[in-house]
Design a protein around this ligand. Structure first.
Ligand SMILES: O=C[C@H](O)COP(=O)(O)O
Length: 260
């Protein structure tokens, strides 16, 4: 019996119409509250992600904030949420996000998991728990996986790639270690994304991306570009800058034009 034969069905939660992949690359922006969500809606952002940036790469917002944001957004954009790290999940207050209707995908990072022999089992258990709540678990590849003591991208794909239609996020764990390109060359990034696409996964690329980085990314393999710091005033824990949000939206649309 394969691992999948004995695993709970976690793929059925990815069939939501609101989460269908677009033929063009879309822009996701991480927001910490409803005020910031309004800024992204006004700016034309495609996808809203809930995250408290002062709590780390995948810091979770409080469930009350998540509820406020989904009520504000309604059907205007899909909403996902960061939920911290997998190793913290069993006792995490972020579990309250499971009760928020309208948050369809949760992200759990794999920092520290390379030192845990059974991290795959923990991931599958979390995926099954999310599926029971009608939510999908995003597979997170940290580009700085050595520093994060996380599994390598190929190890993550080896597990999550079995769930056709699931989502792969490539991000950075330690934001002080530079942008994505400090850790992955365009060639290696494209290889990871191609493999994810061969498994029919939705691909999301993040990691302290700056405006200039977008020109180097293989957009034809990317469903969503995800940013926070690049569209903030000052550091990524600062407030969103409406002008930068609009500029990033225009940049992605212009780049899409070159591929359409
Ligand atoms: O999901 C995307 C992250 O919030 C990216 O954050 P960052 O652009 O500050 O690395």
């Amino acid at each position: 019996m394969s691992r999948l034969d004995s695993s709970p069905n976690v793929s059925s939660t990815f069939d939501s119409k609101s989460l269908e992949s677009s033929r063009q690359t879309q822009l996701l922006v991480s927001v910490r509250d409803a005020l910031e969500a309004q800024v992204t809606l006004d700016g034309g952002v495609d996808w809203i992600d809930l995250k408290e940036p002062s709590r780390g790469a995948l810091g979770a917002v409080a469930s009350a904030i998540a509820e406020e944001v989904v009520n504000l957004v309604g059907n205007r954009a899909p909403v996902s949420a960061a939920a911290g790290e997998l190793l913290d999940w069993p006792d995490s207050p972020a579990q309250e996000l499971l009760n928020i209707t309208g948050v369809d995908l949760l992200k759990l990072g794999l920092a520290g998991c390379s030192e845990i022999p059974h991290w795959q089992k923990l991931w599958l258990n979390a995926a099954a728990q999310l599926a029971a709540a009608g939510k999908g678990l995003v597979a997170v590849c940290y580009a700085d996986y050595v520093a994060a003591r996380a599994p390598s991208p190929s190890e993550v794909l080896g597990l999550a790639g079995e769930f056709s239609g699931s989502t792969l996020l490539i991000d950075t764990f330690d934001k002080s270690l530079g942008p994505l390109s400090s850790h992955l060359s365009t060639k290696v990034l494209a290889q990871i994304l191609s493999e994810a696409k061969s498994h029919n996964m939705r691909t999301v690329v993040a990691g302290k991306l700056r405006f200039a980085d977008v020109t180097q990314l293989p957009l034809e393999l990317i469903d969503l570009i995800a940013v926070r710091g690049a569209v903030c005033r000052g550091e990524r824990s600062g407030p969103l800058d409406a002008g930068k949000v609009s500029k990033f939206v225009r940049l992605i649309r212009t780049r899409n034009g070159k591929f359409s």
